[in-house]
Write a protein that binds this ligand. Structure first.
Ligand SMILES: [Fe+2]
Ligand SMILES: [Fe+2]
Length: 465
């Protein structure tokens, strides 16, 4: 859909004037198939909540099918894809958080030099007037981590990419209209054996007071810099030739300054180019992927009472695939105590509506295991849960007797690593089949007892192998 009909513009005016929730109006228009940018322009309003989730049901399944049918197509979590046939173009908000942006800006500030042009160099002296720094040359764990996260998000092996570059634009500085791909006659001279440039992945590190937009004339798109937002496009057409529609102009900064990082992907590398597993092609249901919260005291009490009364019934557990390991092979690293049906039902019934609200989708319960108690020295290897059934999940910490707090390591939907600590009665909602998680530091203590409870969206179709 490209234009709003009079009926729809009247409908928007009517609802907004009547004081309806603008985010709600926005969501309905998304569901109708209008693009995020179209609605934003028409309403002159940006939503205050993350709408990528609202966008996802249709777009997700569409992209998922395409990604599965053709392993060469990207599947990007949290991305909003521009609705056009002219180029493959995506935006991901909040790919970097404020702290990460600030850290990156500092690194760029410390080592910037005037930008060099790969091409167009002698066409015009002030074609590109920003400063550039080769962040990839820094031996910085932080740069490495961001570089890896970009590769993981793209699902492209890092050997098919260039190191991250940083650019800094002061007032008046710009990068005139250009394309990122190498022209046919310069590939050999410029490619360094790594082939043509495929995708561009750039991230705005700050909001710019005025100016500094990136204009894509063929796509009729003017991207306003926003801290942490990643902009991604394919520089090539399906036939591998440069796509002139990717032409873009980094317009002059009028007030303030602009810092960005750019990473280019290339057509040649080692091994497989596309690296996402089917698990990573599961749609995401929340913007971050996990959240820590608390179980009501009365349910916790009921579980603890059952646990304490029946502790002698727990059985040594050897988890399939060796995901849980202990100090020595002869001693089980964990034990399992089955839950009685009434308690399973109570937990499922309590969690279902809460997890439905959290994930924005109707759920059906799949599995609830008993109470697993980890013993001293246990390690839970990093893994992703079953992609058929463990989609929206919850870990409840029931009881712990520890010498050291024991962290759950979990990635979010931006491949950022987190450590989550849980106290008794605390629980973590998480998208377990999609997100890598584990407890890789050996447990120090006597017992650490958790319940795992899993749900699957009602209309869920698992990605194919
Ligand atoms: Fe560019
Ligand atoms: Fe798991």
């Amino acid at each position: 859909m490209t234009v709003f009909t009079k009926e729809w513009t009247d409908w928007i005016d009517h609802n907004v004037n009547a004081g309806c929730d603008k985010d709600g109006v926005f969501k309905i228009l998304l569901d109708e198939g209008y693009s995020f940018e179209q609605i934003k322009n028409q309403m002159n309003y940006s939503p205050t909540v993350n709408m990528s989730h609202a966008l996802n049901p249709h777009r997700r399944s569409e992209n998922l099918e395409r990604a599965q049918d053709s392993p060469e197509i990207l599947y990007l979590s949290n991305a909003v894809r521009l609705e056009t046939d002219k180029a493959e173009f995506y935006v991901i908000d909040n790919f970097l958080n404020q702290k990460e942006c600030d850290q990156m800006i500092k690194l760029i500030g410390d080592m910037k030099r005037p930008s060099l042009m790969v091409n167009h160099g002698d066409k015009e002296n002030n074609f590109r007037t920003s400063s550039t720094c080769d962040l990839g040359q820094l031996d910085s764990p932080f740069i490495k981590e961001i570089d890896e996260r970009i590769c993981k998000m793209m699902g492209i092996d890092s050997s098919y990419s260039e190191p991250i570059q940083g650019q800094f634009y002061e007032i008046g500085q710009e990068f005139k209209a250009h394309t990122d791909y190498f022209e046919e006659d310069e590939i050999e001279e410029c490619d360094g054996g790594k082939g043509q440039r495929t995708y561009t992945f750039f991230i705005n590190l700050n909001d710019v007071e005025e100016g500094g937009t990136t204009h894509f004339p063929a796509l009729e798109l003017e991207h306003t810099p926003k801290r942490g937002t990643a902009v991604i496009w394919n520089n090539l057409r399906a036939n591998g030739k440069g796509n002139y529609n990717s032409l873009h102009h980094g317009k002059p900064v009028l007030k303030g300054n602009k810092s960005v990082i750019t990473k280019w992907f290339r057509s040649k590398g080692f091994g497989s180019m596309m690296i996402k597993t089917p698990h990573e092609k599961i749609p995401n249901f929340t913007s971050v992927g996990f959240e820590k919260t608390r179980l009501p005291d009365e349910i916790l009490k009921a579980i603890k009472r059952f646990y304490q009364d029946n502790i002698t019934d727990q059985k040594a557990e050897f988890v399939e695939g060796g995901y849980i390991q202990g100090k020595n092979k002869s001693c089980a690293p964990s034990s399992l105590l089955d839950l009685p049906p009434y308690l399973k039902k109570e937990i499922h019934d309590y969690l279902k509506p809460i997890l439905e609200k959290w994930s924005g989708t109707a759920l059906e319960p799949t599995f609830i295991y008993g109470i697993r108690t980890y013993h001293d020295g246990a390690v839970l290897k990093a893994h992703r849960d079953r992609k058929e059934t463990h989609i929206i999940s919850c870990i409840i910490n029931v009881f712990q007797d520890v010498r050291e707090d024991w962290a759950l390591q979990i990635d979010d939907h931006f491949y950022r690593k987190h450590e989550v600590f849980m106290k008794e009665g605390e629980m973590v909602f998480y998208e377990g089949a999609k997100l890598m998680h584990g407890r890789e530091v050996p447990f120090e203590g006597n017992s650490f007892a958790n319940i795992f409870c899993h749900f699957t969206p009602v209309d869920y179709v698992p990605p194919r192998e």
